[in-house]
Ligand binder design. Structure first.
Ligand code: SF4
Length: 291
């Protein structure tokens, strides 16, 4: 959408906002710098980088409240579970809203008059139109220009390729549990330092986040980044056949994912304005936590 706006296919936007969780792959930060240099700056579109902190550091900091990532849990009785996702709200939605209020001149908690609002573009394509939603606040009105153009994901990839951006990386936290095996392998095979980083993080959250542990609310089960609920360093991220995965699901009692999703990742991964809607049944705020 930034390129379409900068090149006059869509009207010119006043700003583009990037919500930085502090833990994106280096390739994403490099790509953002490139977009800024080659596309946004020449068109006079400022890219505003907003942040609520560093999700990785916060998870491991006993003095910091942890906005839960969607971790895979193995309870003491062997039942599988998940922690509810709060990270998108904390690290993406919150800082974007804060910045928008600031741009409008009504920083929190000042009341915003009802006729004051921004038009916010959300980059959802036609294949996921069911994720297009109205904003939950009156000072932001959502528009979905890719849907208006009738563009699918493939159309977007074709356009990016045509303007020399075929290598656009997928934005998400380096250690996001929504990764599929393809993404985990990509990190392992292309970026050994980042792989070391996610493996170390996975080991560090096995008993839950640092704040919960420090306050005596430690996890009774174990937490994992990989869906198999096996430590990431040993998790089956290379080719998994449908029958191997079916056997693993039987062992875990988790039949919520098929082998394609295991490979490609959670289809509706992490997007500030297009959450997955209802949380899966086994997701709980306090799942497996001591009271
Ligand atoms: S990318 Fe994953 S870990 Fe990061 S904020 Fe989104 S859901 Fe949370």
């Amino acid at each position: 959408m930034l390129a379409l706006s900068a090149r006059g296919v869509l009207p010119k936007v006043d700003y583009a906002i990037f919500a930085d969780t502090g833990w994106e792959p280096q390739a994403v930060y490099d790509h953002l710098d490139r977009l800024e240099r080659e596309i946004a700056n020449p068109a006079g579109i400022p890219i505003l980088r907003v942040s609520s902190g560093n999700i990785r550091d916060d998870a491991l900091d006993p003095d910091h409240r942890f906005a839960s990532m969607p971790l895979y849990i193995l309870n003491p009785d062997g039942r599988p579970g998940m922690t509810r996702r709060q990270c998108t709200g904390e690290y993406k939605i919150k800082p974007i809203k804060r910045k928008i209020r600031e741009l409008l001149g009504y920083p929190h908690p000042v009341r915003i008059p009802k006729d004051v609002f921004v038009e916010q573009w959300v980059g959802i394509s036609t294949d996921e139109f069911h994720r297009a939603k109205d904003s939950d606040v009156k000072y932001m009105r959502n528009r979905h220009p890719l849907i208006d153009l009738g563009w699918s994901r493939d159309d977007c990839v074709r356009y990016l390729t045509s303007i020399g951006l075929a290598d656009t990386p997928k934005s998400s936290c380096l250690g996001c549990p929504f990764h599929g095996n393809a993404q985990w392998r990509h990190i392992r095979d292309n970026s050994p330092k980042e792989w070391e980083d996610v493996v170390a993080f996975d080991a560090a959250i096995r008993k839950g986040n640092a704040r919960a542990n420090a306050s005596g609310n430690q996890l009774l089960g174990q937490a994992f980044l990989h869906r198999s609920r096996v430590p990431l360093a040993e998790a089956p991220i290379d080719h998994v056949t449908a029958s191997e995965w079916a056997a693993m699901q039987r062992r875990l009692g988790d039949d919520s994912v098929d082998v394609e999703e295991l490979e490609a990742g959670v289809v509706e991964g992490c997007s500030p304005w297009a959450c997955r809607g209802a949380a899966p049944d086994m997701a709980r705020d306090d799942f497996g936590l001591a009271s």
